[in-house]
Design a binder for this molecule. Structure first.
Ligand code: ADP
Length: 447
């Protein structure tokens, strides 16, 4: 096993990875910006290296500084977490060129799935059902019209280089297409430095269902079931659960088998997630994430597996050591993403935490780097904690979640805890009756 792992991330996920390493007897190196010098991931690591000023491009996205930190500290592997450089194929390649193990898939797979147009083509080749739309990039407005003629309206124009729910524009009719097409291209260029777009039928009321995969270097592939991530605001996930309240066992088994077969054909290794939209009993591939996901703890809760430990074992060359029939599922889990934001306006609310109490007890897990006195810097993503609750049934999970949210105290800044408390009191949510548009409607209703 590795002797020392450098964690190229910050916040809760850096801590999460540190914890898995510590349990396995692996030493950790934290990297941090000057804004994070007092952060928990830095305090708990065996060693730490300051890699630059607060701006992400100068620190957490600074490839040379991170590789230098790994070389100086003698780390034998790098775990990228999620976000930042986790889906940067050039960085993964650079890491390997320096004789350091990349804890993730091959740079080629990262590159293939990082561009949504090549990802969708690959998905079709390995037998995944995809959302009807353009076969590739849409270069001209005439082409856009031709695609819309085959799919019908509404259509969604998406950035090939998109991510994080950004770079999507809907056109409801022929009249709206020209403007949607040109704004989508302009926004894609400014956000991602690449104007290329593609088109999909805009599905009416789908759910977002994703399958967690693990694959080793010896051809063994398993899926760890689904997560339902339909509760979204501006195409960004707010709360996730496993299993999905919408799937029956036949559908669950079918999509698990389809995803596993696709991963095997791709020759993919390490952890990955295939994302689908699900509507009227049908699944449509939208993208694949070639890294650990924010919402991985709900899968850990229902399978009992430690996904980061599995990633480390796989990267080190170990075989999975279990087959699909050994993977068992127990109970129900829900994760609430807690952001440093005003719960009504969603305006970011960085600042200093002056009071902190996290819930505990049976079935409750909090992943967060927060403590009383911690600073939430303004430079990074506003997600500051994840509350994950597990119960024997969805109902027990909801009871426990209500209790845990009631105990949670984060003083000094605004957080989205009150939003989750409100959500839990809603009948539709309690019944699991929601799709990807439901949360925005709930927010406008309750405003
Ligand atoms: P990103 O990489 O930016 O997260 P995705 O392709 O994963 O983009 O889509 C994010 C979300 O946008 C989905 O979970 C879904 O809510 C919505 N979405 C994406 N494609 C479609 C579509 N064809 N029809 C309706 N909604 C969509």
């Amino acid at each position: 096993m590795f002797d020392k792992v450098l964690i190229a991330n910050r916040g809760e996920i850096a801590l999460r990875i540190h914890r898995a390493c510590r349990e396995m007897g692996i030493k950790t190196v934290a990297v941090h910006s000057t804004a994070d010098a007092g952060a928990m991931h830095v305090r708990l690591a065996d060693e730490s290296v300051c890699i630059g000023p607060p701006a992400t491009r100068d620190s957490y996205l600074n490839k040379v500084a991170i590789i230098s930190a790994a070389v100086i500290t003698g780390a034998d592997a790098i775990h990228p977490g999620y976000g930042f450089l986790s889906e940067n194929a050039d960085f993964a390649h650079m890491v390997e060129e320096h004789g350091i193990t990349w804890i993730g898939p091959s740079p080629d797979h990262i590159r293939l799935m990082g561009d949504k147009v090549t990802a969708k083509k690959a998905a079709v080749e390995v037998g995944l059902p995809v959302v009807p739309g353009s076969p590739g990039a849409v270069e001209t407005l005439e082409e856009a019209h031709a695609v819309a003629d085959t799919t019908g309206f509404p259509v969604l124009i998406k950035a090939s280089a998109g991510g994080g729910g950004r770079g999507m524009k809907v056109a409801n009719s022929r009249d709206e297409l020209a403007e949607a097409w040109s704004t989508a291209r302009a926004e894609a260029l400014s956000a991602f430095g690449n104007a290329e777009v593609y088109m999909e039928k805009y599905l009416g009321n789908p759910r977002h269902i994703e399958i967690q995969i693990l694959a080793d270097n010896h051809g063994n592939v398993v899926h760890l079931g689904e997560r339902d991530c339909s509760l979204q605001r501006r195409h960004q996930k707010v709360l996730e659960e496993a299993p999905s309240p919408a799937l029956n066992s036949e559908e669950r088994e079918r999509i698990g088998d389809i995803a596993t077969a696709a991963i095997r054909r791709l020759g993919y290794r390490n952890a990955g997630t295939i994302e689908f939209l699900y509507e009227n009993g049908e699944f449509f591939f939208i993208e694949m994430n070639t890294r650990l996901q924010v919402e991985h703890p709900v899968t850990e809760a229902v399978t009992g597996l430690d996904l980061v430990r599995e990633q480390l074992r796989i990267a080190n060359g170990a075989p999975l050591g279990y087959s699909q029939s050994d993977v068992t599922f127990s109970g129900h889990a829900i994760e609430c993403r807690i952001n440093a934001e005003d719960p009504e306006t969603f305006r970011p609310c960085p600042g200093q935490i002056n009071d902190f109490h996290q819930p505990g007890g049976l079935g409750v897990r909090v992943d967060s780097g927060l403590f009383s006195g911690a600073k939430v810097p303004p430079h990074y993503d506003s997600m500051i904690a994840k509350l994950i609750v597990h119960g024997t049934s969805r109902n027990e999970c909801l009871m426990r979640l209500r209790r845990a949210l009631g105990e949670f105290v984060v003083g000094g800044i605004d957080t989205t805890i009150p939003l989750h408390r409100r959500l839990l009191e809603d009948n539709d949510f309690q019944n699991g009756a929601y799709d990807i548009r439901w949360l925005e409607e709930f927010l406008s209703r309750s405003r």
